[in-house]
Each structure stands twice: as C-alpha cells, then as structure tokens.
Ligand binder design. Structure first.
Ligand SMILES: [Fe+2]
Ligand SMILES: [Fe+2]
Length: 209
C-alpha cells in the first residue's frame, strides 16, 4: 500500500543524504546563520574552557578565605559545565573544536582570567568579577543571535546566561565587602554540591556520586 503524504515527511534535504543537516536548514529558513552561530559558540566555549583553567589558579590563591574559595569553585566548575553543555552543539552545526588548543585559546571571546601580580583577595575578586561580566555579554549575544531561529542553542545560552548572572552577583557581594566593607547581597547561600550547575549541566561528571 502506498505511503500517505505527510506534512513534514520530506523537505529540502534528500533522503539518506548525510552531507546536509535539516537541523541547520531549519535555522536558515528562519533567518538565522548556522555557521555564524557555530563559530560564535566556539569563541564562547573557548572562553569557558579558559576560565575553568584560570579560575583554578585564582581559587587556590584565595587560601585563608574559605568562603571565597568555595564560591569560586562553584563558578569554576559551572564554567566547565558550560563548555560541556555547548561543545556537542558545535558538532551538530557541522563544526569542530580547533585541533590545536593554542588556536582554541587564541579565539576565546574573553580575556584570560590571569592571576594578578599582587594576588590579594581584593585583586583576585576583581578579576573574577570582570570575567563573569564578559560571560554575560557573550551569552547575551548568543541569545540575540538565536532567539528567533534556533531554539536549541537559545535554550542552552539562556540557561548559561542565568548562571553567569548568578556568578556576577556572587562576586559583586564578595568584592563589595572585601574592598569597601559594604553589604551588597547576592541573596545566595551555596549550591547543593560544588559546581552544581542547576540549569546548565549536560552529563554529570561523577555518576557514581
Ligand atoms: Fe560560564
Ligand atoms: Fe561564570
């Protein structure tokens, strides 16, 4: 018996063609540019990966400020979660990570969060705060690019953006007190587990936990 025609049973990609992706065509049909989105994502997760590395060093230099260390650890692990969440999307959009990590780091969309020459808690917190602000600008740009055309990337970006806004508020609170003796609350206490990433977790890193 002949198959009935169905509304979405066929489209512009030929059956069995693995050189084209319907997941990219539908973005183009809605006015988006999947290649531009993909390249912006690589720059954005380059910054997440860089931040994960550099926050390791910043966190260790907060020794003695155990509350600062704990919050920096949450932000550090959540940036790793952001990299992990978006990385597969690069491949879905027919891209790949740069084969050479130097190339990956060179195109990261934010400055490296380097340890300041004088690594006082105040100076370290300033670096952390500015890194979070760069992340907010980055994921806001991705939201703008995808809001009308790419719900999958938009969903990832808006979830990450919410966590970056948490992070900015955390470091405003800590820096305000450390530098200015001012109470400037984030309204936050702690994540459930270090680096909980309540909105952006892709796969849990320690499944046995
Ligand atoms: Fe992040
Ligand atoms: Fe962050």
């Amino acid at each position: 018996m002949a198959q009935q025609e169905r509304k979405h049973g066929s489209g512009t990609v030929s059956p069995g063609d693995t050189t084209e992706r319907v997941g990219m065509q539908v973005i183009r049909e809605r006015g988006g540019d999947p290649e531009e989105i993909r390249e912006t994502l690589i720059d954005a997760i380059g910054a997440e990966f860089s931040t994960y590395y550099y926050y390791t060093n910043l966190r260790t230099h907060l020794a003695g400020n155990e509350d600062y260390k704990e919050i920096t650890e949450d932000a550090r692990l959540e940036d790793r979660a952001h990299f992990e969440l978006v990385m597969p999307r690069v491949y879905e959009l027919d891209g790949k990570l740069p084969p050479d990590i130097h190339d990956f780091m060179a195109r990261a969309g934010c400055p490296h969060a380097e340890l300041p020459d004088d690594p006082t808690a105040e100076n370290v917190l300033e670096v952390l705060l500015e890194a979070e602000r760069c992340a907010i600008r980055t994921w806001s740009e991705v939201c703008d690019m995808t809001r009308e055309c790419d719900p999958r990337t938009y969903d990832m970006a808006q979830r990450i953006l919410q966590e970056e806004m948490d992070h900015e508020a955390w470091f405003i609170e800590l820096l305000s007190m450390e530098r200015d003796g001012e109470v400037n609350p984030a309204g936050h206490f702690v994540r459930g587990e270090p680096g909980d990433a309540p909105l952006s977790t892709n796969n849990r890193f320690n499944e046995s936990a």
